[in-house]
Every structure is written in C-alpha cells, then in structure tokens.
Design a protein around this ligand. Sequence first.
Ligand SMILES: *Cc1c(COP(=O)(O)O)cnc(C)c1O
Length: 393
Amino acid sequence: MSDKPSSTSASDVWRIPLSDLDYGTEEESGVLRVLKSKWLSMGQEVQDFEREFAAMLGVKHAFAVANGTAAIHLAYLALGLGEGDEIIQPPINFVASANMTLAMGAEPVFADILSLQEPTIDPAQIAARITPRTKAVVVMHYGGYLCHMAEISALCRERGIAIIEDACHAVGARYQDAQERYPHGRMAGNLSDIGTFSFFSNKNMAVGEGGMVVTERDELAERLRRFRSHGMTTLTWDRHKGHASSYDVVLNGFNYRMDEIRAALGRAQLAKLLHNNQRRMELVRLYRAGLKKITGWKAVFADYSGESACHLQVALAPDEAARTRAAQALRQAGIQTSMHYPCITTFQAFKAYAAAEVPLSLEYAHRAITLPLYPTMTPAQVQEVCAVIAASV
Ligand SMILES: *Cc1c(COP(=O)(O)O)cnc(C)c1O
C-alpha cells in the first residue's frame, strides 16, 4: 500500500482553480449522520432537503433527483413532450436540455442570445421561432443572471406554450423586472412551469451528482414524483413506515432518485448558499472593475444590476486570438480557465438542427472565456487574474 494521498483537489493541480468546494465539518457530520442511521435512500434526509430547498425558493413542490440532466428529462416527461414537438432553447448552454429534447423524440429549435454582453435567450428571437408545433421554451439563466422572464412569460402564456427554467447556474438568484411584476423578487426556478437545478461538483451547491426539479403546479408535481420512481404509486419509505403494503405502476418512469448521503451534503450546502453567493458577488464587482481597465476587454453582464447567483465570471475578449493569448498566459501562471460554452449548433450530433441562424451565439463562443470564481477565492487572486490578462494583450 502506498501512503501517498489517493486523491487530489482542484487547488493541488491549479494554483487558482476555476472553482473550488466550500466543504467543512457540516458536510462531514451530515454524511456521518446518514451512515449511522443505516437508511441510504429516499428517507428523512431527502424529505428534509426537499422541504428546505422549497422553502428557500418559496415554491410549493421540490423533488430531489440524481442529477440536473434527470431534472430536465423529468420536466419534459411531466409536460408530456414528445414526437413532433418543438422545444425552443438557447444554443449557448450545456448540452443537457438539447440532448434530452432528442431523447424525447422532440426537436430542438435554437434561438439566439440577446447580445454578447447579455448572453441569455432573446425574447424577440423566441417569438420569431414559434410555430404551431412549439410546445415548450427552455430558458437558461446563464452564469446565474436571469433571462427576461416577464417578456418571455407574456409571449408563451398567450399561446399556451410551457416554460422550463434550466436554473442550474442560478440557485439563489432573485428576479425583479422593471415593471415590478415580481416585486418581492421571486427566485430563479420559480418563475415558470418547472425549474431544474444541478448540484454537480462545480455548481454553487455541490453534492457530487445531484439535482432538484420544482413546480408550483400540483398536477405536474404528481407526474414528476411518479416519473422519478418507475411510475410507482408508493415508495419503499411509505411501506417501511407502514403507510402502504403494495403499489401500482401508473406510468413508464425511471429511477432518478437521490440518495440520503447526497441529500445530507445538499442540506449543508444549502445552509451556506446565500452567504456564499454574496461572497461571489463581491468578487464579481472586483472582476468588473479590473477587466474594464484592460483595452478591448469587458466582463459579461457588467451592467447587470439584479441579484445574480454569480455562478460564472465570464470575460469577453476583443477577438479569438486575444482570448487564446490570455488563456495561455493564465495557464502558464497556474490559473485555470474554461469555455461556457461551445455553440450547440456546431456539435456533430446537432448538425441537423443548425439551420437557424444564431450569429451572436457563434461569435460569443469564440470570444468568451470563463475565469476562476468561487466563494473562498480572495480579492488578491482576482486582481492577479486580471493582471495576467492585462499583460497578455
Ligand atoms: C450542470 C448543468 C446541467 C446538467 O446538470 P448535471 O447535474 O451535470 O446533469 C444542465 N444545464 C446547465 C446549464 C448546467 O450548468
């Protein structure tokens, strides 16, 4: 047996990683609590996690699931989307919502982003893509910054089109529109028919693999619950508690359940979320000021005044060559960067759906670079990242 450490964390590989976990004794004691309880799936921790998450969002129903992609799949299933249906969505997104669209036998229709400065889906581009086959619109609150929900809701409501929020970046973000239709600041994920979240390792709440799907609507909640667990009418927990002795299967579902260990981690992460989002916001202010001083560079969403979850800090380079130079300089300085995201219409598996013109998305994908951002990052580290970019121009 070797006595070398068997694992490395992000900060062992990179001096300043793209993201880093804020884990401590709360997460450790949560996991131990589950191990000592000897109940590993769909028990008290999952129920408490769902209740606490729903309370934070102010939403009626929340279901913990295996991952964010499962949450999106369940949303599509609950809405009954399928063959012949079109789902309008942004091409600057993680591929999950597009992949699940094809899994349903439905067709993804890509609508361009608002601008390079505000790379969320453009309501006017949604309007231009609506056909009699449009059954749903997926919006993605990129980086934690909210889409123009009042306009998108008005557009969809009058046509009976469902809205799904991919809120995987936006846990804890608040929405206030200019007309104050949501004067108390409704939370991201609770601004549409169904909201979906991911708790993958690099998200604002991290459990490893996990997710949540939420809704205000009782009939959708019932379908989400059943599709999560094989369409069964009762679960092991109910039978364990003596509430039921058998079950029926009322629809063809999946196993998208979350286990107790991850629910315990999720509860510990949820308790820190709003505080950590605040720390992210302070670092974002420093990034905006630092990037503004670099010729040709700008922080994406630099003029956003709402309460973002600040999941990502993305900078816009003057051109692709400048981005490449900056990425190389940062790598040499031990600073990790990434790209969120390649434009989905350029992927081989989506060639058949690339007919729609999305010029802003294509340009964005060539000029955007994601910089390190996590709650335990220091202001000096932000200044260092900006200094390395400034020296690369
Ligand atoms: C992470 C992410 C997903 C997928 O979540 P998983 O938990 O990895 O399945 C979907 N959409 C967006 C925007 C994401 O960031």
